[in-house]
Design a protein around this ligand. Structure first.
Ligand code: SF4
Ligand code: MG
Length: 291
């Protein structure tokens, strides 16, 4: 009989955390560990891929397989892992600078490509690791050391961008509400296709505007809106416009085939278990036009 998976299975005691005390990213790791344990997924069946930034340490502390890629490149690495072994639970994780700045091209194409991975973004509206510069989600007018007179640019709206790019699952949570965030991450992992969970995750050291209290005071709770239908794409766009994206809950979900199911030669077995050898005559036919 299989033994139950618990939070203890995901505990990492090998080294201390280097995140600042109170950093929102602690809540994101805790919610992910709880979600994986609650879904009964053992650590050896999970791979978490990160990029660069404070968020890049997410998988140091998760307690599963980990791959630390380059800045903004967690998504292509995660997609490749899922293509090679679809039986793994694959999580890509990063920050707002990592995912919506350097990696935004990968993000947009992952939305439309729909490979079955979960993408968790720790969105603190700032570059934390490099000690506090404006990021793609910083508000217009936001004052930092690089923008002493206030940011001149409008921020990216990641949820609207995901909707416009064909993302089939979009949720947003807050790292100060771990239990609620756990539910969103569970739903994202269970969704068959690319799933985005954007998390407002305060940088307590460099962002003195969007603090825990600020999010508690301003977040609109979609769960309390009984008229909201997350399968209605037009309504999701409208809600994002009305609230400026400052909401928490499941914003949009759509059932459709994921990338591998769309392929004409789809084989339900993981690639690592398939016989990829070609009969000689087929290989010769394939090569003939080039000979
Ligand atoms: Fe967290 Fe900000 Fe400290 Fe980085 S600098 S660990 S984002 S609080
Ligand atoms: Mg950031």
């Amino acid at each position: 009989m299989a033994t139950a998976v618990t939070m203890k299975d995901y505990r990492v005691n090998a080294y201390p955390s280097t995140w600042c005390p109170g950093c929102g990213d602690f809540g994101v790791v805790a919610a992910t560990q709880r979600a994986l344990a609650n879904l009964g997924i053992p650590p050896h069946e999970v791979v978490a891929v990160t990029g660069i930034g404070c968020s890049g340490k997410f998988n140091y502390y998760l307690g599963a397989y980990a791959f630390n890629s380059m800045h903004g490149r967690s998504i292509p690495v995660a997609q490749a892992i899922k293509i090679a072994n679809k039986d793994l639970t694959v999580i890509a994780a990063g920050g707002d600078g990592d995912g919506y700045g350097i990696g935004v091209g990968h993000f947009v194409h992952a939305c439309r490509r729909n490979i079955d991975i979960t993408y968790i973004v720790m969105d603190n509206h700032i570059y934390g690791l490099t000690t506090g510069q404006t990021s793609p989600t910083s508000d217009k007018g936001f004052v930092t050391k690089t923008t002493p007179y206030g940011a001149a640019e409008y921020p990216i709206r990641p949820l609207s961008l995901a909707l416009a790019s064909g993302c089939g699952f979009i949720a947003q949570g807050f790292s100060g509400e771990v239990k609620h965030l756990q539910g969103l991450i569970e739903a994202a992992i269970q969704h068959k296709g690319f799933a985005l969970v954007n998390v407002f995750s305060p940088c307590v050291t460099f962002n003195k505007v969007q603090t825990y209290d600020w999010w508690r005071d301003n977040l609109v709770n979609l769960d309390e809106d009984e008229t909201y239908d997350p399968t209605d794409r037009a309504a999701a766009f409208q809600k994002m416009t009305e609230t400026d994206g400052v909401v928490r809950g499941i914003i949009y979900r759509e059932e459709r085939k994921h990338y591998q199911e769309e392929l004409p030669n789809y084989d339900p077995n993981p690639l690592v278990e398939q016989d990829l050898s070609q009969p000689i005559k087929d290989r010769e036919k394939l090569l003939a036009p080039f000979m």
